[in-house]
Design a protein around this ligand. Structure first.
Ligand SMILES: *[C@@H]1O[C@H](CO)[C@@H](O)[C@H](O)[C@H]1NC(C)=O
Ligand SMILES: *[C@@H]1O[C@H](CO)[C@@H](O)[C@H](O)[C@H]1NC(C)=O
Length: 280
C-alpha cells in the first residue's frame, strides 16, 4: 500500500473523507480470484453499521474507487453488490481510473496502438494478466496471439464487440473480428469468468448501477475497456461522467512523488478528486 499512501492521504484531506485502502494479496503467490475476494471481504466488513459508525462515515455518501487493476476490482465489487441481500447500503458512486475490464480479445484498437507502451506495453500487460491466472508459460503465448479463448466462449464476444461499443474516433476504420478460438493447448476457467472481465455481464446487471466516474487515457493499452464500459453503462441509463485525457498514459497517477514525478499524474488526480468533491 506504500505506493498509494500519498494519494490516499491527499484524498482523505481534500475531501474530509475516510479512505480505506485494501492491501489485497498479490499474484503470482495468490492467484485469481484471491485478490478480488480480499477486496470484496474488506468492503463487506467496512459496510457494517457498527464499523461505519465507529469511523463516523455517512452511509449515504460512500464511493468505491480504484485505478488500473484496482479499478477492475472496484467495478466488479459494485456489480457483485447488486441484488446481494447481504448489503443494505446503497453505494453512491463508483470512480474508475483507467480500468482493465476484459481478458477476451486482447487486440482492441488501443492494444494495437499502444503495443509498445508508454509504460504499459502489450507484452507487459499480458504477462501481468497471466501471472494473476497461472504460472503456465503457454498462457502468455496464447494471449499474445490472441488465441487464448476456449471453444465455447463465442457467446461472450457480443459483450466486447468494439465495432458497436467504441466511438468512431477511437475505432477509426478498424472492424472487430472474432478471435480464433482454442488453438493453443491452454485453457483456464477464469478466461470466461465475469469476475475477471467485468464487461462480460448482461445489460440487466448494469442497470441501476451507481453514479459513475470513468477516466481513460489516450495512450493506454486498456483505454478501450473504459470507453466500452462508458458506452454500455450509458446505454442502460446509468449516469456516467467521463474524462478522457488526450495526452494521458496508463498508471500516471502512481507518479505523484519522489523519485518519479509526473505533472500528468497530478492533473489526473485533480480531475478525479474534484469529481468526487462535487458528487459525493
Ligand atoms: C460486431 O458488431 C458489428 C456491428 O453491429 C457486426 O456487424 C459484427 O457482425 C459484430 N461482430 C461479431 C463478431 O459479433
Ligand atoms: C443477466 O445476468 C444475470 C446474472 O448473471 C442473470 O441472472 C440473468 O438471467 C441475465 N439476464 C438476461 C436477460 O440474460
Amino acid at each position: 500500500l506504500t505506493s498509494y499512501d500519498m494519494l490516499n492521504r491527499w484524498t482523505a484531506n481534500k475531501l474530509d473523507a475516510v479512505v480505506v485502502g485494501v492491501d489485497y494479496r498479490l499474484a503470482p503467490k495468490y492467484q485469481f480470484p484471491v485478490a478480488l475476494e480480499d477486496v470484496f471481504a474488506a468492503v463487506k466488513f467496512f459496510l457494517q453499521d457498527k464499523i461505519l459508525t465507529k469511523y463516523g462515515v455517512d452511509p449515504t455518501r460512500i464511493c468505491v474507487s480504484g485505478d488500473s487493476c484496482g479499478a477492475s476490482f472496484a467495478t466488479r465489487v459494485i456489480q457483485l453488490m447488486k441484488n446481494n441481500p447481504e448489503f443494505k447500503i446503497k453505494i453512491k458512486a463508483q470512480a474508475l481510473v483507467y480500468p482493465q475490464l476484459r481478458t477476451l480479445d486482447l487486440y482492441t484498437p488501443s492494444f494495437r496502438e499502444n503495443e509498445h507502451g508508454p509504460l504499459l506495453s502489450r507484452d507487459m500487460a499480458l504477462k501481468i494478466g497471466c501471472l494473476y491466472l497461472t504460472t503456465d508459460e503457454v498462457c502468455f503465448r496464447a494471449l499474445k496471439a490472441n488465441q487464448h479463448m476456449p471453444q465455447g466462449s463465442r457467446h461472450l464476444f457480443k459483450f466486447v464487440n468494439w465495432s458497436i461499443f467504441l466511438p468512431e474516433k477511437y475505432r477509426k476504420n478498424q472492424v472487430y473480428t472474432e478471435p480464433i478460438l482454442g488453438r493453443f493447448d491452454f485453457s483456464h476457467p477464469g478466461l470466461m469468468d465475469d469476475r475477471l472481465s467485468s464487461l462480460l455481464v448482461n445489460d440487466t446487471l448494469l442497470q441501476n448501477l451507481p453514479l459513475t466516474y470513468i477516466l481513460t487515457c489516450q495512450h493506454d493499452a486498456v483505454r478501450d475497456d473504459g470507453l466500452m464500459y462508458v458506452t454500455r453503462l450509458r446505454k442502460v441509463g446509468v449516469e456516467v461522467a467521463h474524462n478522457h485525457i488526450e495526452d494521458g498514459i496508463h498508471a500516471a497517477i502512481s507518479y505523484l512523488g519522489p523519485p518519479f514525478y509526473l505533472h500528468l499524474g497530478i492533473r489526473i488526480r485533480d480531475k478525479y478528486i474534484s469529481w468526487l468533491d462535487e458528487n459525493l
